[in-house]
Design a protein around this ligand. Structure first.
Ligand code: ZN
Length: 210
């Protein structure tokens, strides 16, 4: 497995290209506005992008969903509860985007345990609400890799005080994440990557959490 991370607008988002080197198949996790750069990287690696995996439906990580689908034919996937946000984003102007994104109809509605295959890599969906009601993490068990979006960052977690957020659900979700193996590498939606064994605060979660 090869992972390329691009730190991209609109909000210093981490956008990831994940390539299965054997099959040259790839997935993009949370493209943000890194579409052109991600497509350049996939070309450089001779990879075909099959899926655009969204950890949640906020307008910043999903901003280039539509343009990448148009360029590659990749399928857009999102946890089913957050799917309506992709249409809703098109109706709202955000200070951090030059224009509202086009409305996006996802191709795949994910549920707890849904598996996305990219060559030999299997991305397993974990429903981890708290940041939004339909936030999800993508776990690749064979590689001990976890894409956490705005649920878990190095040293902290995503905010829970915007529409659809819930501190109680965030605690529940972080506890579930901590049950994965210690060695699990964490690829968050913002900031540096980390590993579960480094995030000792996850062992001491209390509710309420602010
Ligand atoms: Zn978010």
């Amino acid at each position: 497995m090869l992972i390329e991370r691009v730190v991209a607008p609109p909000l210093d988002n981490n956008a990831y290209l994940v390539v299965d080197e054997k099959s040259h198949q790839a997935a993009i996790v949370d493209p943000a506005l890194a579409g052109e750069e991600l497509l350049g990287l996939s070309e450089k690696h001779g990879a075909k992008v099959l899926f655009i995996l969204n950890t949640h439906g906020h307008p910043d990580p999903t901003a280039d969903d539509d343009s990448i689908r148009k360029a590659t034919g990749a399928k857009i996937a999102i946890f089913e509860i957050d799917a309506p946000r992709l249409e809703k984003n098109a109706r709202e102007t955000r200070w951090f985007l030059p224009a509202p994104p086009p409305p996006v109809k996802p191709d795949l509605l994910l549920k707890e345990g849904s598996e996305i295959r990219v060559g030999d890599l299997v991305f397993r969906t974990m429903h981890t609400p708290g940041h939004t009601e339909g936030s999800a993490c993508f776990h690749i068990p064979s590689e001990d890799a976890l894409f956490t979006g705005d649920t878990l960052y190095a040293g902290s977690h995503g905010r829970t005080d915007t529409f659809g957020g819930s501190p109680a659900k965030m605690v529940f979700s972080l506890r579930r994440i901590r049950e994965l193996p210690d060695r699990t590498r964490v690829y968050p939606g913002h900031g540096p990557e980390t590993a579960l064994e480094k995030e000792s605060w996850l062992l001491d979660l209390m509710y309420p959490m602010l």
